[in-house]
Design a protein around this ligand. Sequence first.
Ligand code: SF4
Length: 475
Amino acid sequence: MRVLFHTFGCKANQYDTERMRQETQARGGVVTKDVGLADVCVVNTCTVTNAADAEARRFIRRLKRENPLTQVVVAGCSAVLRTAEYAEMEGVVSVVPGHDPVHVAAAVGAAVAGPVERQGSLLQLGMDRGLDGSHLEPIGAAILDRREGATRGWLKIQDGCDRKCAFCATRLARGASRSRSVEDIILEARTLSRHHPELVLTGIHIGHYGRDLEVPTSLSTLLARLLDAVPDVRFRLGSIEATEIDELLLQLLSTSGGRVAPHLHMPLQSGADPVLRRMKRWHTREDYRVRVFEVADAVGRIGLGADIITGFPGETAVDHEDTVRLVEELPFTYLHVFPFSPKDGTAASELPDPVPQRVAGERSRELRSLAQEKQRRYRASRAGEMSLVTLEAQGRRALTGDYLRVDVAMDGDGVGLGLEACKRLHSGVLRGSADDLRVELQGSRRVELQGSRAPQIAWATSGMESPPIFPVSST
Ligand code: SF4
């Protein structure tokens, strides 16, 4: 049984697909990237906007056009909110509302066992039953082993969100915040560290990690435990609210010597208080502004990003100007800017005073070009400095701790360092200009983290992102 997996949406959704893949493989499924060969296609959907729902439907129709025999299982966020709609689509044999890997793997088995002639192996593996309540025990491990084909691993620490932002459908699709246990996360981090030199702590609202556990804890406490328990990797935080960065987190960012990537992505959404109130955000422009400066002061060199929505209902020219001025003032190194797009079922879709799409688009373009200029200046300022990088694209590209994508300087034929090299962190010097920034790996040699905690102190006090404190091995 060959199964194709396709994911829309965020890192959390990508992580969920990996769990679905792992459970399906444990039941005998073979992953394929070729639609023409796929007995079953699993589409893990996103519902962040109405456009995301429409894209998933278009994709399913395309799958059926390219392979009329394939069976489609639809899962994910959009499948929660539009279950019936997907169930009626041609070729869709099962809709799994949510992200449960066992349910998806069982649905995959049922898809094959149904319309397609049954095969002995499927029966032996108990894959002939679907969502009828039987055979829904996990066969694969509850711990993810790797993220296929990627240098950086996603480590999902929680799901769901307790906030009520007016524009967001995620809470509707994923429910309240639920944290994984510290023990599970550490076990998974150790497993993933065999393949990935960098792990990104991901989830839907990671700043609320641990609040719901029997013994409550926090994101920063978890991170401190991970640094201790899994010494050979760099950790990076997924999107986190500025108001949820506590003092311990600041301390870890500023003293881990790069083992916590100096990079924070803090959603802003708007730099105008009236808009923040209509969005049902809990913080003010000033709360955000103050925290960002505190972060920058504490950490020094840091990649700072934010999400901004332009043209939210009721946003005036003055509100937009406020956002522009805040962006100019803060040390952002990049931004994700989107024009507002109403999403069915959210409070924002009911709000009066819509902003014309043309105006929302113009405001987006203005902020994007401001962000590009800030990014250009930041990249230029990094030339000549050390950086700890993870490799991508077979070692041809690299990602710095502060979230800059750069080329890897090559001596000869431009062939990358290869997949094996991508399994380790490397240290190097950034050279070139903003538009042509590249990393020269130290003496064309690789740097391997050896797992010692002692050097962290030396590293931290050096004031550099990644001084050469690790044993260096020739390649
Ligand atoms: S959590 Fe949000 S962004 Fe992620 S897949 Fe679901 S709707 Fe999309």
